[in-house]
Design a protein around this ligand. Sequence first.
Ligand SMILES: NC(=O)c1ccc[n+]([C@@H]2O[C@H](COP(=O)([O-])OP(=O)(O)OC[C@H]3O[C@@H](n4cnc5c(N)ncnc54)[C@H](OP(=O)(O)O)[C@@H]3O)[C@@H](O)[C@H]2O)c1
Length: 230
Amino acid sequence: MKEVLILGASSGIGLDLTNKLLNSGHRVFATYCKNNIMISHPNLVTGFYDIQNSNTFDFELPEKLDGFVYCPGTINLKPFRGLKQDDFELEFQVNVVGFIKSLQLLLKPLKKSNLSSVIGFSSVCAQSGFNFHASTATSKAALEGLFTSLAREYAPKILFNIIAPSIIESRLSEHLLNTKDKVERIASTHPIPRIGQPDDIASLAQYILTESSWMTGQIIKVDGGKSRLL
Ligand SMILES: NC(=O)c1ccc[n+]([C@@H]2O[C@H](COP(=O)([O-])OP(=O)(O)OC[C@H]3O[C@@H](n4cnc5c(N)ncnc54)[C@H](OP(=O)(O)O)[C@@H]3O)[C@@H](O)[C@H]2O)c1
């Protein structure tokens, strides 16, 4: 049984992953911020954590942690001329600084495990150029650089891998997918012409956390073929 902390488990990929891990017998420490986690399970511990204002977790951390998954993220699509410095700074806070702060709180229990695994989420836009993604791409690319560096520094004890999705149906993307026309148009930009689902990403995250032991420093694109085949 693995012990995994999922920061941002109240919706989307984090919620799907929480369900998957619980259903396969693992113990999950799951955080929420603005929305409650609407599941209960004997192996689930939940607590509030706000990446901008919290300095501790409001549950007791286990002595040893086998996995940490950081789910907060942003999609802020604007032409570059409309982006203010604040846009860049806010996205950097959520995607990068929030991860750094929470990892620093978790390093001790992660080091106690024989082999622990940290997963973050970038975006297909960090390495493929799309219109209006300048701010989001900047902070996701920074997260990719950070993970690559940490993977080197903590090998072989702690594994660091990133999953880089294209659009996934979740609370984060609902403003982009709120009409049938938008859904069809965005789906059609993928060689596999559909919108991604949380399960497309969470099933890979589950594999990395529970099965994989010889992979670190990777940025894995799960994007309906968008980054390689267009
Ligand atoms: N959805 C997409 O199209 C897409 C595409 C590419 C990459 N990604 C990346 O994939 C990751 C997961 O996205 P998702 O679609 O699953 O998002 P989501 O459904 O919005 O879930 C995000 C989770 O992070 C938590 N969170 C957000 N802000 C927080 C804060 N300030 N402090 C603490 N927790 C916070 C949310 O908690 P509360 O709801 O309780 O506040 C929620 O549990 C993100 O890094 C995102 O950038 C997503």
